[in-house]
Design a protein around this ligand. Structure first.
Ligand code: NDP
Length: 511
């Protein structure tokens, strides 16, 4: 592999020269909309620029899709669903196309990782495995469900002999609205679930990170998906996203992003009773008991906050460490945070990249300031880093109180709160601390005491409870993922994921 000098990317960037030049050729022209199997400009002719967060420089432009473009895409998806071949295509053929797309992602993996790092700011070492590898894996896993979407045989309580059963049918046209923190994985993931269930789909990627979703459109065409089955419309959330959420021709919205927008989507969906799955934020607790593997717990917790620069819904941002090991945990995290190599996403040695945008960096810094003003101890970090890109130091805030904003709100940056608890507190109080959040996405517990683990698993209000480091990114596709409370509605992953793109039809047959 040779290093390539990349215009618009951070100095010192290094990647396969072939992948880099392919990616840059792709970005040289304005990105277009993928509607009904064709590449088109926005009806308005408008475009918007997007940047490399490692430098703050513009790296490309994309079509600013509006309501007319969304309408065209929804009509194409509707046609492919009602008249086109998609739901009627033999399951094996649908699965084969999904596998072919996964192979195309692998074959273009270096270029996709390069684009994802350049536009999304996550280090190449993580975009290669987590984003690109994860996207292909999600397609393959869900391709396995295509011919295993079953209903039940039912016993009716009515008199007489009837044969009753339920069958699962695809919901119809899905609008997928995706965020900037994992653009390729999120777009591919929602597409995989939708098409596995037999639905057709219109994807609206985040305006900050359209690059890999549009490149994915090219691979979708190359894989041979029929026109209209998958459509990709770039544009602004308040325009294209809102038009998709409001469109009467859409049967379901699958959304990942902020709780505020999730709430707005749910309100809009109420008008036409659209189905929704909402994968929203988190403020996930990590509880470390002294009998657990304290070193691994602290290291894993720290890495979980460095991953995607903390811009990760499942990041464990509230650490509760038993007082006996509190100082040890604090020191271990501090050591790791101060050693972590923060830098441009494309630089080979970078372990943590930038924050996605100037605005998001300001938001992260304002939370750190609020924590400081409330009285949290800043153990390390707490500053932005100089230069053109949007860099923040990994930051530890100690002794934060449950009522402070840094403990209650999703910061979405490399900031973790570490708070001690005592024996005297007892399990009830620890459980109350963990549950003292509007969110309920993931909880992580480190203990060797099976009894303690059992009680916490039952009583913590979260979509996933991970004991001793199990679960999390890389755990594979078989585990349903989603949240309690403000963390969302519905699950992605497992059979629950694909089934949430189906409707149940009950059939009763008399004689
Ligand atoms: P948003 O929720 O605004 O963005 C997510 C997606 O929704 C984007 O595609 C966005 O488009 C779109 N969108 C925005 N407004 C609307 C609307 N009215 N109707 C339909 N779609 C819309 O997240 P932000 O980018 O503003 O991030 C803010 C905070 O959200 C973060 O700090 C973090 O706390 C949380 N977040 C959580 C994520 C998660 O993984 N759960 C992911 C991203 C953010 P566009 O990009 O064009 O605005």
């Amino acid at each position: 592999m040779t290093g390539a000098a990349v215009p618009g990317a951070a100095p010192g960037a290094s990647a396969s020269s072939d992948a880099a030049s392919k990616a840059l050729r792709f970005l040289a022209k304005p990105l277009q909309l993928f509607i009904d199997g064709e590449w088109v400009a926005a009806a308005s002719g408008e475009t918007f620029d997007f940047e490399d967060p490692s430098t703050g420089r513009v790296i490309g432009s994309a079509a600013a899709g509006g309501a007319p473009d969304i309408d065209r895409a929804v009509r194409a998806a509707r046609k492919a669903f009602e008249e086109g071949p998609w739901p009627a295509l033999p399951a094996a053929e649908r699965a084969r196309l999904m596998m072919r797309l996964a192979d195309a992602i692998d074959a273009n993996g270096e270029e996709l990782a390069y684009l994802e790092s350049l536009n999304g700011g996550n280090p190449l070492r993580s975009t290669r495995s987590v984003d690109v590898g994860g996207a292909a894996e999600r397609l393959r896993y869900n391709a396995g469900w295509v011919n295993k979407i079953f209903g039940d045989t039912l016993l009716s309580s009515a008199r007489g002999s009837t044969l009753s059963c339920s069958i699962r049918e695809p919901i119809g046209v899905v609008g997928a609205i995706t965020p900037w923190n994992a653009p390729l994985f999120m777009a591919t993931g929602k597409i995989a679930l939708a098409v596995a269930a037999g639905c057709t789909v219109v994807v609206k990627p985040a305006e900050l990170t359209p690059a890999t979703a549009v490149r994915l459109g090219e691979l979708i065409a190359q894989a041979g998906f029929p026109a209209g089955v998958i459509n990709i419309v770039t544009g602004f959330g308040a325009v294209a996203g809102a038009a998709l959420a409001e469109h009467p021709g859409v049967d379901k919205i699958a959304f990942t992003g902020s709780t505020a927008v999730g709430r707005a989507i749910m309100t809009q969906a109420a008008q036409s009773m659209k189905r929704v799955t909402l994968e929203l934020g988190g403020k996930s607790p990590v509880i470390i008991f002294p009998d657990g593997d304290v070193e691994t717990a602290a290291r894993t917790a720290a890495m979980g906050v460095i991953f995607k620069s903390g811009q990760f819904c499942a990041a464990g941002t509230r650490i509760f460490a038993h007082r006996k090991i509190f100082d040890q945990v604090l020191q271990l995290i501090e050591r790791l945070f101060t050693a972590v190599k923060v830098g441009p996403a494309l630089r080979a040695e970078t372990e943590m990249g930038p924050i996605i945008s100037r605005k998001q960096l300001e938001r992260v810094m304002s939370y750190i300031e609020a924590g400081r003003a409330d009285g949290a101890q800043v153990i390390c970090g707490g500053q932005r880093l100089p230069g053109e890109g949007h860099f923040a130091q990994p930051t530890v805030l100690a002794h934060a109180r449950p009522e402070w904003s840094v403990m209650r709100e999703e910061i979405f940056g490399p900031v973790v709160c570490v708070t001690p608890f005592d024996d005297a507190a007892g399990l009830d109080e620890i459980i109350a601390l963990a549950n003292d959040s509007d969110y309920g996405l993931v909880a992580r517990v480190w203990t060797r005491d099976l009894g303690v683990a059992h009680r916490l698993i039952r009583r913590i209000k979260a979509g996933s409870v991970n004991i001793n480091g199990a679960g999390g990114p890389g755990a594979g596709e078989g585990l349903p993922f989603g949240g309690f409370k403000l963390s969302g509605i519905g699950r992605e992953g497992g059979h629950e994921g694909v089934e949430s793109y189906t409707e149940i039809k009950t059939v009763a047959i008399g004689y």
